[in-house]
Design a protein around this ligand. Structure first.
Ligand SMILES: *Cc1c(COP(=O)(O)O)cnc(C)c1O
Length: 371
């Protein structure tokens, strides 16, 4: 038996969920065609619009975020046009694959992992060819890069026929995102990242322009058809059975988030990021993401000290009670990620960082003459 009541997740998704949020799920079931559900949906909708800074609408989907990637590609890209995907990490690459898997023509602006996309790169691509939409990742969770979405949006919006699609799965509620002001046609997210909910829900703020586009596309699929989601949303409902317990959790969490204040929440993430950078650099590690674009919600640490990330995770689970990230995909081990998203606090972060210090002290005993 572990000395801890549970292993806390220090992962960039799924993240640790507060007990109050877990307990909010523990309510009697309600029928989703009854009045109680309409009230819950409407309450949630009002809070979601505030959180996304939109006056349009926010769809709620009983799926992970990938489902809404597919929905965006199917409902927003016409078959005889092309999409421009901005890739430079595992998630941007996967979204491009999803568009292609749904029969769409895809061009990519590819940057090396760890680099950001600049508005100039996007402007140049939009000069060369015309696109139905530009698909960008706000916060590339694999590399720890935050792309300059506001500035890229200004470039895209100079092309009236090109929509702007944004994955903010690990950015939303952790770093600034303003859907209406920035001119974003879809901003989608999942529950289990910076939202700090259990997995199983996805959300998307969608513009009128994107809905008009969807009306031109006959084959939008079924489960993620935005026109069906819209028809139900107007009745405070969902087309198929929603995960009601998770919606209770989302309602409770949004209440807490709005209580904290979005700006205060973004600032808390920034402060934890800075503390994480200071720690990593002072311990002889590097920062994988390009300077100037380092994420407020997750730091990808360049493992210059070559610590054994599997041993580090095992040590942290046993001695400190945290499950740790060991790097994503092709940069696993070469990097590891320190998430400072969701409801992570400075105290929790300090416990984790001092735990890694203890691991390193044990793994590499000081050489003679060194204190
Ligand atoms: C985790 C993640 C996804 C995938 O979301 P799921 O909810 O696992 O489908 C997409 N984009 C980014 C940036 C992510 O971090």
């Amino acid at each position: 038996m572990s000395q801890f009541d549970h292993t806390r997740l220090f992962l960039p998704g799924p993240v640790e969920v507060r007990r109050e949020v877990l307990e909010a799920q523990n309510q009697w079931m309600i029928g989703h065609r009854g009045p109680e559900f309409g009230d819950l949906f409407a309450r949630l909708q009002a809070k979601l619009r505030r959180a996304f800074f939109t006056e349009s609408r926010v769809y709620v989907s009983g799926s992970s975020g990938s489902g809404l990637w597919e929905g965006a590609s199917r409902c927003g890209l016409r078959d005889d046009r092309k999409a421009l995907h901005l890739t430079g990490g595992a998630f941007g690459e996967r979204w491009a694959k999803i568009s292609a898997a749904n029969g769409k023509s895809v061009d990519c602006v590819e940057v090396p992992w760890g680099q950001a996309h600049t508005p100039e790169m996007v402007a140049a691509a939009l000069e060369r060819d015309s696109y139905d939409a530009v698909c960008a990742v706000h916060n590339e969770t694999s590399t720890g890069v935050t792309n300059p979405i506001k500035d890229i949006s200004a470039v895209v919006n100079a092309h009236p026929d090109t929509l702007f699609f944004v994955d903010s799965v690990s950015g939303f509620l952790g770093t600034e995102l303003r859907v209406d002001d920035w001119g974003i046609d879809i901003a989608l997210t999942s529950s289990q990242k910076a939202f700090a909910l259990p997995p199983g829900l996805a959300f998307a703020a969608v513009s009128d322009r994107l809905l008009e586009r969807a009306r031109e596309i006959p084959q939008r699929g079924y489960y993620f058809d935005f026109l069906a989601l819209e028809e139900s949303l107007l009745k405070n409902n969902t087309p198929s059975t929603p995960p009601v317990s998770l919606l209770y959790a989302a309602d409770a969490q949004l209440e807490a988030v709005l209580q904290e204040g979005l700006k205060a929440r973004w600032a808390r993430h920034r402060t934890m990021r800075d503390a994480t950078h200071d720690w990593a650099l002072s311990r002889g590690f590097g920062l994988y993401a390009q300077a100037g674009y380092r994420s407020d919600t997750v730091t990808t640490v360049e493992n210059q000290r070559n610590i054994d990330v599997d041993a580090m995770d095992a040590f942290m689970r046993k001695e400190i009670g945290f499950a740790m990230d060991r790097g994503y995909g092709k940069i696993k081990g070469k990097t590891f990620r320190l998430p400072h998203m969701g409801d992570v606090t400075m105290d929790m972060l300090r416990d984790v960082l001092s735990g890694i210090d203890a691991f390193m002290a044990e793994a590499t005993p000081p050489s003679p003459g060194q204190k």
